[in-house]
Design a protein around this ligand. Structure first.
Ligand code: 1CP
Length: 326
């Protein structure tokens, strides 16, 4: 999940030495190194490539900056800016990401999967239009209702760019890819169908054509009961559950159609203690009747003590012999 590295001293050391977040993303050796750090420390079953969902708007020609303590800041997109977005050459502009994936793939033990990712069109559009996180995204919602034709052009461009970016990561060694629709929950029902579900279906169909057998994981965060349609209609192989999804409901309504992952509250992981162990085991038990990948319900928090992650792994795996040599 997002910002996985920030709680690790070895990540912070690299960030302090190198400076900019984007510099780490665009330097293959560094991006590969921070991808591998949590695998070396804990021996997870999969590594997620170190990158960010906002590299795609950057590659489409938008200004993107990551400011310390503020997060991402983009030049806000207006309707007259859509025609200037260009997908030409995005693979060349994002070549450092694929180079990082190739390095990671070479270094990872063969039993550890590499996961590539991209932001879903709706969520990336939300950041492009709003210019930053931490808002109510009123501008994206207003545009989607008031000018669906130009909004549709933007979503189509992002859908195409997402397929190209994910496909290139798979060619570079990713064995599964995740589509982060972190702001799916702000899309009211018809918006959800047009701008979250339909683009996801198209992305999955095109990737399945290009790369048969490579699973696509969907994470439409806070989508609530819309998860049912997303699980049944998009063709995704696995669905990420945010912290609010009731697990008996997920077992009944979602698991017959897709594998599920997620659920554990990252705040509980940061808090630790007996409640963490109990909750980890409860999640495994509730989802034991179908395909389940243990994961968090959202990104790991910066203040998480690294030893809580080890305790969680032990609770899930039932032993402490899981460290791998990388
Ligand atoms: O070092 C730093 O301080 C930068 C923090 C950071 C990191 C480590 C950002 C800024 N992005 C990332 C990496 C990242 N982002 C990964 C790689 C794996 C990992 O290190 O965890 C992934 C998968 C993402 C995906 C991402 N970026 C999402 C989707 C997932 C989610 O959390 O919902 C989103 C919404 C972003 C945008 C973003 N990037 C960074 C921040 C602070 C934000 C959120 C801005 C906001 O809305 O408040």
């Amino acid at each position: 999940m997002r910002q996985a590295g920030r709680y690790l001293p070895e990540y912070r050391e690299i960030r302090e030495r190198v400076g900019g977040f984007l510099d780490v993303c665009y330097t293959p050796e560094l991006a590969a190194e921070v991808t591998l750090q949590p695998i070396r420390r804990y021996g997870f079953d999969a590594a997620i490539l170190f990158s960010d969902i906002l590299l795609v708007p950057h590659a489409l020609g938008r200004e993107v900056e990551f400011r310390t303590e503020v997060g991402p800041v983009l030049e806000p997109l207006r309707e007259d800016g859509v025609a200037k977005l260009s997908q030409d050459g995005i693979e060349e502009r994002l070549e450092a990401v694929y180079a990082a994936a190739r390095v990671v793939k070479r270094e990872l033990p063969s039993e550890v999967a590499l996961i590539g990712f991209a932001g879903a069109p709706w969520t990336v559009a939300a950041y492009m239009i709003e210019g930053r996180g931490g808002t109510d995204f009123a501008n994206v919602i207003r545009w989607a209702w008031q000018a669906p034709a130009s909004f549709g052009v933007l979503i189509d461009i992002l859908t195409g760019a997402t397929v190209r970016h994910l496909s290139a990561q798979i060619f570079a060694g990713a064995e599964a890819v995740q589509l982060f629709d972190s702001w799916a929950g702000i899309a009211a029902e018809p918006l959800f169908r047009y701008w979250c579900l339909d683009p996801a279906r198209e992305i999955v169909a095109r990737l399945n054509d290009l790369h048969p057998g490579v699973p696509v994981i969907g994470f439409p965060r806070a989508a609530g009961a819309n998860l049912i349609a997303y699980a049944r209609e998009t063709g995704i192989a696995c669905l990420g559950l945010d912290t609010s999804v009731p697990l008996d409901w997920a077992a009944r309504e979602l698991q017959p159609y897709v594998a599920v992952q997620g659920s554990l509250d990252p705040i509980l992981l940061a808090a630790g203690g007996a409640a963490l162990q109990v909750e980890a085991r409860r999640i495994c038990a509730e989802l034991a009747g179908g395909p389940h990948v243990f994961n968090l319900g959202h990104g790991i928090r910066k203040e998480t003590p690294p030893e809580h992650v080890q305790q969680l792994l032990e609770a899930v795996r039932g032993d402490s012999s899981s460290r791998l040599e990388v």
